[in-house]
Design a protein. Structure first.
Length: 284
């Protein structure tokens, strides 16, 4: 299994490959190789800054001679006119790293900004907002990092670090008891110690899980607010609880006030708007 650092390195390499190809002919035709310059990351929209750490890696990987002076770190609340950092060095390198760095930072900052908005909506309830696997292919580690920067909590990273028995697993397997039995047998056989979450669509599903046992968390899938309140009372802290499906910013707190431990929100990563910023040349 790859480490986070290895995955990020692969992403950066692939991104440069698809963007630069056999050469940035626009830059190469008009900027001398020996030219030196300086660019600043200018914030143009209020939000939460995220991606500074990976920006360092982008610059370092492309041209280790680039010098980065950072004024604002990940997690900072930013506003129009703020300068997050200044990078100096070869002008060709500044121009060729600009788009990849901005693509990453704008998206990560947009995710962090939206996440913090959801987190603040839950203040005082004790409920935590979770991300999902609805991420941009190849960028999952960075997008989940952005969720944490915004104050959210990561759900499972992928299919390897948690058991999440959803409706299709249960239907294909032949019901809740059989699915949980097979899950337990598999984990024992493989010597794995993974948390088990199971999706419930009805109160009967919940009762089956409670009678059978063998799960750590119950996901209440597409329950109404009223039914969520009843379900939480029925479960009575015997299992962790997570609300999922069709929950919007406007209804988020209503679900939290039912007493669920977690609310998963796919919108944190699958439909976020990037935070507006630019990488502009600094006059000598």
């Amino acid at each position: 299994m790859y480490t986070v650092e290895e995955l990020n390195d692969q992403l950066i390499e692939l991104a440069f490959s698809e963007d630069i190809g056999d050469g940035d002919h626009t830059t190469l035709c008009c900027i001398p190789a020996e030219a030196e310059g300086k660019s600043r990351l200018l914030i143009k929209e209020e939000g939460i800054l995220a991606g500074v750490r990976i920006a360092r890696e982008v610059f370092r990987k492309f041209d280790p001679t680039l010098q980065m002076e950072v004024f604002l770190e990940d997690g900072a609340h930013v506003k129009p006119g703020d300068v997050a950092f200044v990078v100096s060095g070869k002008t060709q390198s500044l121009l060729q790293t600009e788009r990849l760095m901005l693509n990453i930072m704008q998206r990560m900052s947009g995710i962090a900004t939206m996440t913090q908005r959801y987190v603040k909506r839950l203040e005082g309830t004790g409920t935590r907002v979770l991300d999902t696997r609805k991420t941009t292919p190849g960028m999952r580690m960075l997008e989940k990092e952005a969720v944490k920067i915004g104050g959210g909590t990561n759900h499972r990273i992928g299919l390897f670090d948690m058991i999440l028995l959803k409706d299709n697993h249960i239907d294909f397997c032949g019901g809740i008891p059989k699915t949980l039995d097979r899950c337990a047998a598999y984990l024992k056989e493989k010597g794995l110690d993974l948390k088990i979450e199971i999706e419930c669509r009805t109160f009967d599903d919940i009762r089956q899980v409670m009678e059978h046992g063998g799960a750590h968390r119950i996901m209440l899938d597409n329950f109404s607010v009223e039914d969520t309140r009843k379900a939480v009372a029925l479960i009575d802290h015997r299992f962790e609880t997570e609300s999922s499906g069709g929950i919007t910013y406007d209804t988020l707190r209503d679900y939290a006030e039912c007493g669920v431990d977690f609310i998963s929100v796919g919108a944190l990563t699958h439909s976020v708007k990037g935070l507006d910023m630019s990488f502009k040349a600094v006059d000598a």
